[in-house]
Design a protein around this ligand. Structure first.
Ligand SMILES: Cc1ncc(COP(=O)(O)O)c(C=O)c1O
Length: 395
């Protein structure tokens, strides 16, 4: 998954171009920027690659989520269905918007399940924050149908799955609005950065305005611009966008390497005792950033995870006990710990987050291990890795 492994002369040249000829602010200041528009260029390329009408860069994936929620009209008191297995930002963004995160069950896709979503819908449900975890996708046909039936906004958190697709459509562009992260460890990196992607013009317009103090970005004089809405500053800098632009040009190559490396390892793991693989609704669209597999019991998963580390198989995650990615370890979310009163803390009839029960998700995550797929592995390193994996599985 990490695009930084391919940092090279292309990234250096783009960043140097800003330092030597340009200006770091993404808007206006035309005389100083010598026609350098890195954020704008990256947005254009993102639209082309994802076949989407609009993309807007922001300062992080978390900022993209916060922007997308706001731009889609999700705010105080609205219920948003979220998964218990995700990076904590997918939940934080909802909570900080004053909306109410409602946890629903995942299935063996490692994403929210259609049944889990349906069981969590109430008259207050406004949106689903559907996270395409670990490089692959949720059951999109069923989930889209549910959104249509219940008139729900579908937000796709594709922060871990850029380059993946479902039946030919890029992940992030299937719902109403999608989010990507370009942080340091993502498939492509801006250093820090993110994007909102959408085919909905109103959501796009509210996104670029919200993430820049409400500026309407009309004309050439920032000081004279109108502010149709209130906003904040989630802007990306030209330096970060320059890095991301060079990385985005490498996306197809990155995905091809991931797919090749993952397929080689997966094939060798097929016959290992007690292993099954994460369900992928459209295998052709897997971005292949991770190889996720299940063992037949929690005890065995703990044992195999330990033995993988002992045998030098690095980059393996047993998420069930990882305090960034699974609900049962998010004490601060469960208790809404904060030095200030947050809008969510003021909502009386919210769930008691210390008592959320997601037994189906527990049963899956307690048996699941994900292995990061790297870009820089040589053939010898992959063969050695496979040998080490096989050793780790010996009883
Ligand atoms: C699923 C998911 N959503 C959101 C984010 C937040 O992205 P960022 O680190 O760019 O804020 C991440 C980052 O790890 C993520 O994995």
């Amino acid at each position: 998954m990490p695009g930084f492994e391919l940092f090279g002369p292309e990234e250096k040249a783009e960043v140097a171009d800003v330092m030597e000829n340009g200006f770091t602010f993404r808007y206006n200041f035309d005389p100083m920027r010598n026609d350098r528009w890195k954020a704008r260029d990256m947005e254009k390329l993102l639209c082309e690659k994802m076949n989407a009408k609009h993309a807007h860069l922001v300062s992080s994936g978390t900022a993209a989520l916060q922007t997308a929620l706001h731009a889609a009209g999700i705010g105080a008191g609205d219920e948003v269905i979220v998964p218990p297995f995700t990076f904590v930002a997918s939940v934080e963004a909802v909570a900080m918007a004053g909306a109410i995160p409602i946890f629903a069950e995942i299935d063996e896709t490692l994403c929210l399940s259609p049944e889990g979503i349906e069981a969590a819908i109430t008259p207050r449900t406004k949106a689903i924050n559907l996270v395409h975890m670990c490089g692959s996708m949720a059951k999109m046909d069923e989930i889209k149908a549910l959104c249509k039936k219940h008139n729900l906004v579908l937000i796709e958190d594709a922060c871990q799955s850029i380059g993946g697709s479902y039946k030919g459509q890029a992940l992030g562009t299937i719902g109403d609005v999608g989010c990507y992260s370009f942080d340091s460890v993502k498939t492509i990196s801006c250093g820090e950065g993110g994007a909102v992607i959408t085919n909905n013009e109103a959501i796009y317009n509210y996104s670029h305005m919200f993430s820049d103090h409400g500026h309407d970005h009309v004309g050439n004089d920032r000081g004279a611009e109108d502010h149709p809405i209130m906003g904040l500053n989630f802007r990306i800098s030209e330096m970060n966008a320059a890095l991301g632009l060079a990385q985005l040009r490498k996306l197809d190559r990155i995905i091809a390497i991931q797919r090749k490396n993952k397929a080689t390892i997966k094939k060798e793991m097929q016959n290992l005792d007690g292993v099954s693989f994460r369900e992928i609704p459209d295998p052709e669209g897997d971005s292949a950033g991770f190889l996720s597999f299940m063992l037949d019991s929690e005890e065995r998963a703990i044992e195999v995870n330990k033995k993988l580390a002992e045998n030098g198989v690095d980059g393996c995650f047993y998420w069930y006990v990882n305090n960034w990615h699974y609900l049962n370890n998010w004490k601060h979310i469960q208790e809404l710990t904060s030095p200030a009163k947050t809008p969510l803390s003021l909502i009386a009839d919210k769930p008691d987050y210390t008592k959320i029960s997601v037994p189906k998700s527990d049963a899956i995550m307690s048996r699941t291990i994900s292995m990061l797929i790297k870009l820089s592995w040589s053939d010898e390193e992959i063969s050695q890795r496979i040998a080490n994996i096989k050793k780790a599985f010996q009883k």
